[in-house]
Design a protein around this ligand. Structure first.
Ligand SMILES: Nc1ncnc2c1ncn2[C@@H]1O[C@H](COP(=O)(O)OP(=O)(O)OP(=O)(O)O)[C@@H](O)[C@H]1O
Ligand SMILES: [Mg+2]
Length: 335
């Protein structure tokens, strides 16, 4: 049995094919980032149009690379949400068209589950219970995965996501889009102690996150430096922002681990491709003797293979239903 996963929730048109053991046969990702750079962020209509243009050839290439005939695909899994409405509808319409034409069932996938279970796609021996820290451009949360599809949400962001904070502060610093990788690059030559920035919610006894205050602090710092005619040391500021964001993540992870005693930690989503974060996570988990799973970058950012994998998990757990699938831009982990 082969499963085709279709992911179009944001600005990547991605189709991946896996087999029923969870081996990735192909995972094509067409990134539209170049189309959005001139706007400094994603323009939903541009993203929808790019998905329409790309999805056909990405589909053909995904089949070709997987050396698969579409007749061998027995399930189509498509991202249902959260994400941008127009882009989601492109993927869903494509999946529905294929499903009808070829008489193959299709199922909707919660994209957050795609990110969370990416740790198991990469490492089949990594099984629940585990703590998952999900850090993306749209979400930041910690959940206890007790069993497959049985989650206990421990904390989530009250405002911006960690990736969003990096993207927005990068913009303030005049760095290119997307901001996360740009901040990582700039921070390489920076001293994180040069500028003092607050670590969000550090004193609060909670497992929630908040990143909008940090963004505001960077804004006022930049304004003050400008007013005083002082040069903005972009490398130092990038390093300080990055460190403040990661300190907040590590602090919450430590609390969640204290609270649950769970010894397996997965860190997933686009921000988890950051080398500095990985270094700090390694330090943290080694100190506590915990098992750490951070999937490779290609599985951290949006891709079709993680969507296919949730399709496989739904199949294994008898969760393929005949529901009418609609785009759900605001889908949460609990839906
Ligand atoms: N090397 C990096 N360092 C820090 N952040 C990064 C890095 N690479 C990507 N990011 C950030 O990851 C985010 C994109 O990740 P991802 O594709 O998982 O999120 P999303 O799909 O936008 O959101 P969601 O999955 O919640 O809908 C962006 O905010 C981007 O800046
Ligand atoms: Mg995503």
């Amino acid at each position: 049995m082969k499963i085709l996963g279709i992911e179009t929730s944001c600005d990547e048109t991605s189709l991946g094919i896996i087999n029923d053991k969870g081996d990735i046969l192909s995972n094509l990702v067409y990134s539209q980032v170049q189309k959005h750079i001139p706007y400094g962020g994603i323009v939903p209509e541009v993203a929808s149009r790019e998905h329409v243009k790309a999805i056909g050839w990405v589909y053909n290439l995904a089949l070709e690379q997987a050396r698969t005939d579409i007749k061998d695909v027995k399930l189509i899994a498509v991202t249902q949400g959260p994400g941008l409405q127009g882009p989601l509808l492109v993927g869903i319409s494509f999946a529905k068209g294929l499903s009808l034409a070829l008489n193959i069932p299709f199922t909707g996938v919660n994209h957050l589950m795609g990110h969370i279970y990416s740790c198991m796609l990469d490492n089949a021996t990594f099984k629940p219970p585990f703590l998952a820290l999900l850090v993306t451009g749209g979400n930041t949360l910690i959940t206890l995965v007790e069993e497959i599809f049985v989650h206990k949400l421990l904390g989530s962001t009250r405002d911006d996501a960690a990736g969003e904070c990096l993207d927005k502060t990068a913009r303030l610093l005049g760095l290119e889009y997307p901001g996360g990788p740009a901040i990582e690059k700039a921070a390489l030559g920076g001293n994180a102690s040069y500028y003092r920035l607050p670590v969000p919610l550090i004193k609060e006894d909670s497992l929630d996150f908040s990143f909008s205050g940090l963004k505001t602090a960077v804004y006022y710092l930049v304004e003050e430096l400008k007013k005083k005619g002082k040069e903005i040391e972009v490398n130092h500021l990038a390093a300080s922002v990055q460190e403040a964001v990661f300190s907040a993540l590590l602090d919450r992870l430590a609390r969640a681990q204290d609270l649950t005693g769970i010894e397996k930690i997965a860190v997933v989503g686009g921000v988890a491709s950051n080398e500095r974060l990985k270094y700090r996570l390694k330090e943290f988990t080694e100190k506590r003797n915990l098992m750490l799973n951070v999937p490779p970058s290609v599985l951290c950012t949006d891709n079709g293979a993680i969507t296919a994998f949730v399709g496989l998990l739904k199949h294994r757990h008898n969760r393929i239903d005949d529901d009418i699938i609609d785009a759900q831009p605001f889908l949460t982990l609990q839906d």
